[in-house]
Every structure is written in C-alpha cells, then in structure tokens.
Design a protein around this ligand. Structure first.
Ligand code: URA
Length: 306
C-alpha cells in the first residue's frame, strides 16, 4: 500500500484536501453495501490516513483520477468494489436519425424561426450538435454562464445519465458532474463496474442556472431539443434520470422522484430508470441504499450486460 510514485503526501491537511478523491471511494463502498453512509466512510478514510501518517507512512498510492483506478484495486488501504462485467466496446457511430423525426417534443425549440442555427433534429453527429449550440443564446441562462456544458462520454453508451443543470464547477470546467455530486456519481458508476468514459453524462439544461436554482420551464423547453437529439444520437440502452427535473422532462405525468424511483418506464423507444439526484444523496446519505437498489434492478434486467 505504501510506496512512492503518484502519491498523496501524508500530512493531515493534505489528506483533507484529498476529499474529492476519497469521496468516490466512499460512495463506491456505500453502493457496494460495505458501508451505509458515504460521508461517515469518508471521515473514516481520512482518519485511517492520518493514523498511517502518524505511524510514519509518508506516501500512499492513490489513483490520479478515480475513474482511472481499476476496480478491485487497493486504494488508500481500502479495496474498491470488484468490477461487474467488462465495459462494452461498442464504438460504431450512431446512425443519423431521419431529419425532422427528432425533437418534436420541445416547446420552444432552441434555434427558432429567427435563428440561423439549424434545428437539432437536422444535425447528424454529436460534434455537429455541440458545435451548433456552443454559443447558444436561446434563453437567459446564457447571460450568466461561462460556457455551454454539452455532455461527455461514450458515443454509444449503455447508460446515459441525465442531471438537472451544470453547477459552478461544471460551468468552470465545461464538463457535467465534476463537483461533489459528480464525485458521488463517479463512485456509483465505478460500483457498477464501469468508468465515466463508458457512459454518457449530460443535463437537461446545458447552461448553469444562477445560484444553482432549478431551471425554469422556459429554459428546460429551450434546451429540450438538444437533449432529445443527444438521446437519439447516443441511442443508449438505458437512460438514467437523476432527480425530478429530467424525470419530468421524459415523463411529464410522473408523481415525483420519491414515488417513481426504481420504476422503469419507456420514453419513445428507450428504457428509463429514475433515481435520486447525487446532490440529494449527499444531503440524505441514507437514500444511497435505495439508489443502489434501483441500479441492482437495472443490473438484474441485463441493461449493463456486455
Ligand atoms: N448537478 C447536476 O444536475 N448536473 C451537474 O452537472 C452537476 C450537478
């Protein structure tokens, strides 16, 4: 366990500064049923590291990036849960959907009549879609954003995670779910035996709502054709709605995430699993068990099989 290399210096202050690396490990342990509370697990990991430091250990091998560490490897004295089946190697580009067939469900489609941008449904690749909306000004969220946070991941994923909207970290880095909630989501993905590159992660709205407020209906409607086209181009085996906002987009009649979580439904031709948003799980760690149960259902039904 101890050794030089990509190391974590042992001083307690540095250990505490490494919380972001440790949280996915704590999340993964929780998902795998090895603990019940990721924040308590995190505190225990910190305590273990401090004890090692007091015992003279100066360096620990810690994966530089949580998703880069192979599942089942020992990290900071903790064994990360064993991997589920190996990730799917599908990489074929998605077949372009028929023009006009997509995005019919958005109210105010981004790229309206007075807008030069093509409608998302006419764009045949994710890159074209990303490029066309990189400077989008279809709603007022453009005023406070640093950049459009389009989405990242596998072009033909088994899982498509859809969150609510970028927060401050995501706005700064241009990637969804890179803050604390993202660390928990990464832990969840790892507990499923996958890494972030195996899945695709995006949000209902692509620009940060000020103060991280819930996106307004008009903002959701503006972005909706982009999400629709992402779904068509990615053609995931399973869409995972993280919380109420994406749930209500794909199932407007839904009662709410507490009632609907874990109950698979069909949106157009895609299966959808609603579950709690990682930010909710951070505030209510007891709900992580329920969330993991939702994913076990998806595992048992074969959605993650290679
Ligand atoms: N919460 C979200 O819904 N999305 C992000 O990208 C980050 C936090």
């Amino acid at each position: 366990m101890a050794g030089r290399g990509r190391g974590l210096p042992g001083a307690p202050a540095r250990i505490r500064a490494a919380r972001r690396r440790l949280l996915p490990i704590a999340g993964a342990m929780t998902m795998a049923g090895r603990s019940r509370d990721p924040l308590r697990t995190l505190a225990e990991l910190e305590r273990q590291l401090e004890a090692l430091e007091r015992g003279g250990v100066r360096w620990l091998n810690v994966a530089p990036d949580p998703q880069a560490a192979p599942a089942g490897s020992a990290t900071a004295g903790v064994t990360v849960p064993a991997a589920a089946p190996a990730p799917d190697a599908r990489a074929a580009p998605p077949a372009p959907a028929a023009a006009g067939a997509a995005a019919a469900t958005g109210a105010a489609a981004a790229g309206g009549a007075d807008d030069e941008r093509p409608h998302p449904s006419a764009l045949a690749t994710l890159d074209a879609l990303r490029g066309a909306f990189a400077e989008c000004r279809a709603c007022k969220l453009c005023e406070g954003r640093r950049q459009v946070v389009f989405g990242v991941g596998h072009p033909r994923p088994r899982l498509l995670f859809v969150g609510e909207g970028p927060g401050a970290d995501e706005d700064a880095q241009g990637e969804p779910f890179v803050g604390r909630a993202g660390a928990l989501l990464t832990g969840l993905i790892r507990a499923l035996g996958l890494v972030r590159d195996d899945v695709y992660i995006t949000n209902v709205v692509k620009c940060r709502p000020p103060g991280n407020r819930t996106p307004e209906p008009g903002e959701v409607a503006s972005c909706r054709p982009i999400l629709q086209r992402q779904i068509e181009l990615l053609d995931p085996r399973l869409i995972v709605c993280l919380g109420n906002v994406p749930l209500k987009v794909l199932k407007p009649e839904a009662a709410g995430i507490t009632r609907e979580r874990g109950v698979l439904f069909t949106y157009q031709r895609w299966s959808v699993l609603p579950t709690f948003h990682p930010s909710y799980l951070l505030r209510n760690p007891a709900a992580i068990e329920a969330c993991w149960k939702d994913f076990r259902t998806a595992l048992q039904l074969g959605y993650l099989r290679t």
